[in-house]
Design a protein around this ligand. Sequence first.
Ligand SMILES: C[S@@+](CC[C@H](N)C(=O)[O-])C[C@H]1O[C@@H](n2cnc3c(N)ncnc32)[C@H](O)[C@@H]1O
Length: 261
Amino acid sequence: MMRTGAPRSRPGPPDRFGNAAAGGSVESRFMAEQLAQAWEHRAAEWIAWTRTAGHDVYFSELNWPSFTPLLPPPGRLTLDLGCGEGRVGRLLASAGHRVMGVDSSPTLARRAHEAGGYERVLHGSGTALPVRTGSADLIVAFMSLHDMDDPAAAISECARVLTPGGLLCAAIVHPLNRPAEHLTPYFAQHRLAEHVETNGLTMTFEAIDRPLDTYTRALEAAGFVIESLREPRPDEAAVRSEPRLAPAAQHPFFLHLRCRR
Ligand SMILES: C[S@@+](CC[C@H](N)C(=O)[O-])C[C@H]1O[C@@H](n2cnc3c(N)ncnc32)[C@H](O)[C@@H]1O
């Protein structure tokens, strides 16, 4: 399995992002750090990974297109939580959303701001959002909650920042999409630094594998109602046109949630 679709360094099943077979997770010299700091260290790699044309097909051909039907039409303010270098915010802005980005990595927040699309990009943590109470009607947390040290605190902050009736739409790595050594014990938290390499690009995904109910309990505690929970998968036509997606037709890679405050 794999998180985005790049081969691992040793032969094995497809990685959790959907890349072809190769290797397993590796120890990272950032493993002892908080995830927020680890992602700042990965910023340059992540920018290359996301901005190299045609590279992240799991994002462009599966994860993002299957996520967008969960989104409401543009409203007053959309918050892009864990915005990274800003690809999601740019797509939301092009669909008419007024977008504010937040990311704990100063480098990624700056690069998102420079690339445009956002009304504002703030360097800050999802666990203490630098945003007024009740100011957003949509929060998009695309592939970011599992990369946070305290997703429950971030989900609680989302409830504070949303208007009543507002939506939190989230994509995470599917809780079963994890290295074999993290499947048991399933209910434990497993720190992960997964090194992947494809087409000359490398990326180490820093995350924590957690059971699904870490997220659903946090949503429940924050007062959210889950309206939709989906496991996106490519259909036959999608696999024919992009064969790299084939593993995701056999095994769940991502999980999508739409939650109403
Ligand atoms: C896999 S990237 C996703 C970026 C973007 N949403 C995308 O899909 O391109 C995860 C992001 O979460 C950010 N992140 C990690 N912990 C965070 C926190 N506590 N608060 C805000 N952002 C955080 C990382 O810096 C990183 O940019």
